[in-house]
Write a protein that binds this ligand. Structure first.
Ligand SMILES: O=c1ccn([C@@H]2O[C@H](COP(=O)(O)OP(=O)(O)O[C@H]3O[C@H](CO)[C@@H](O)[C@H](O)[C@H]3O)[C@@H](O)[C@H]2O)c(=O)[nH]1
Ligand SMILES: O=C(O)[C@H](O)COP(=O)(O)O
Length: 304
C-alpha cells in the first residue's frame, strides 16, 4: 500500500465521542494566529468554543495569538471566549518579529497541550469538524506526528490549491522533496502536530512556516510520521498578487536555506513594478527570511 493510501483520511473516519474517549489523558491546544481578522475571528472562536469545549470536550484550550493587529481582533476574540495573547508580549526577552510563523512559534510558550492544532482566523467557509479530522490520526496512531488538512475550494477551483500553492509550493516539492507531492494542500493553515515534534523544529517567522514544518518532518522523521485528512470545503479571504509575492519569496527562501543555497542575510529586497500614468513605479519591499530556533533550544537560552 502506498503512503497516500495508508495515510490519507476523511474527517468523518472518527466520531466525536470516540475521539474524546480516545484522547483521555492528552491535552489539546487549538491555536489561531490572527492579524487584523476582526471580521471573522469572533464567529470562528465562538463556534469552536461552543461545539468543542462546551458541548463536547475535545479541545482543552482555545488560544488566539494576536499578531500585531491594528484592528479589534484581540478584543473580539476575547469576548468570544478565546484566551488571547499578543505575540509581541509573549516572552519579550526573546524579542518580537512580525509574521504568522512568529505567532505560532510564540504560542508554544503559552499553551500546555501535548497535541497542538492550528487554524487560520480568516476562514469564510469551514466547520468545527476540521479539528476533529486533524486530531483523528494523532490521537489514534502513535507513529503520526503531523497531520495536514486538505479541502475542496468552492467555485471553479475544486481540488487545486491557491496561487502560491500551484506556482511555488508544488514545483519546489517536485524538485526538492518529491515524497511531499502526495500532500494535496501543502500550504493549508489547518494542521496539527505533537508538541514533542514542534518544539524540535526551527520555525520561519513568516509564511514559510507550513512548508518548513513538512520538509523538516520529512527529513527528520520520515513520511510515515505524516498524515493528511480531507476536511471537506474550505474558503478564506484572498490576498492580492503583490502581497502573495512576499509569501512566495519567504517560501522559496525557506527552501533555499534547506538546500544550502539561501542568502546569508535574513532580509531580501523584493522589487515589484506598478505601472502608473506615463511611468513605472518601482516598489522595493523588504522580506524577512528569519527563522526561530527550536523552542527546546530557545527555552534553554539559545535564541535567534
Ligand atoms: O503576519 C501575519 C500574517 C497572517 N497571520 C494570520 O495567519 C492566517 C493565514 O494568513 P493569510 O494571510 O490569510 O494566509 P493565506 O493567504 O491564506 O495563505 C495560505 O498559505 C500560507 C503559507 O503557507 C499559510 O500560512 C496560510 O495559513 C494559508 O492559508 C490568518 O489567520 C492571518 O490572520 C498572522 O497571524 N500574522
Ligand atoms: O494558499 C495559497 O496558495 C495562497 O494562500 C493563495 O491562495 P488563493 O489563491 O486562494 O488566494
Amino acid at each position: 500500500m502506498s503512503w497516500f493510501e495508508r495515510n490519507t483520511h476523511h474527517w468523518d473516519d472518527w466520531s466525536l465521542a470516540g475521539l474524546v474517549a480516545a484522547k483521555q489523558g492528552q491535552r489539546v491546544s487549538l491555536v489561531v494566529p490572527a492579524r487584523n481578522e476582526a471580521a471573522t475571528v469572533g464567529d470562528l472562536v465562538s463556534k469552536l468554543r461552543t461545539s468543542l469545549m462546551e458541548t463536547a470536550t475535545l479541545v482543552d484550550e482555545l488560544v488566539v495569538i494576536d499578531s500585531d493587529s491594528s484592528d479589534d481582533t484581540a478584543q473580539i476574540a476575547s469576548d468570544a471566549g478565546a484566551a488571547v495573547y499578543a505575540s509581541a508580549a509573549i516572552r519579550p526577552d526573546l524579542g518580537s518579529y512580525p509574521g504568522k510563523g512568529e505567532a505560532m512559534w510564540k504560542s508554544q510558550f503559552v499553551t500546555t497541550g501535548e497535541l497542538i492544532v492550528f487554524m487560520d482566523a480568516d476562514l469564510t467557509d469551514w466547520d468545527t469538524h476540521f479539528v476533529r479530522g486533524l486530531l483523528g490520526p494523532l490521537v489514534n496512531n502513535p507513529t503520526i506526528e503531523l497531520v495536514k488538512g486538505f479541502y475542496r475550494r468552492p467555485g471553479e477551483h475544486g481540488l487545486d490549491g491557491g496561487r502560491v500553492t500551484e506556482l511555488v509550493a508544488r514545483p519546489l516539492l517536485a524538485l526538492h522533496r518529491p515524497p511531499l507531492r502526495d500532500l494535496i494542500q501543502p500550504l493549508a493553515g489547518e494542521w496539527s502536530i505533537r508538541r514533542s515534534l514542534f518544539e524540535r523544529l526551527q520555525v520561519p517567522t513568516g509564511y514559510g512556516v507550513e512548508l518548513a514544518a513538512l520538509v523538516d518532518t520529512l527529513d527528520t522523521r520520515g513520511m510515515d510520521a505524516i498524515a493528511q485528512v480531507d476536511l471537506g470545503r474550505r474558503d478564506h479571504s484572498h490576498q492580492d498578487l503583490f502581497d502573495l509575492g512576499l509569501m512566495a519569496t519567504q517560501i522559496v527562501g525557506m527552501m533555499s536555506r534547506r538546500l544550502g543555497t539561501g542568502p546569508a542575510s535574513d532580509d531580501v529586497g523584493l522589487r515589484q513594478y506598478i505601472p502608473s500614468e506615463g511611468s513605472t513605479e518601482v516598489v522595493e519591499r523588504s522580506v524577512s527570511l528569519l527563522e526561530r530556533p527550536p523552542v527546546r533550544e530557545a527555552a534553554s537560552g539559545i535564541i535567534a
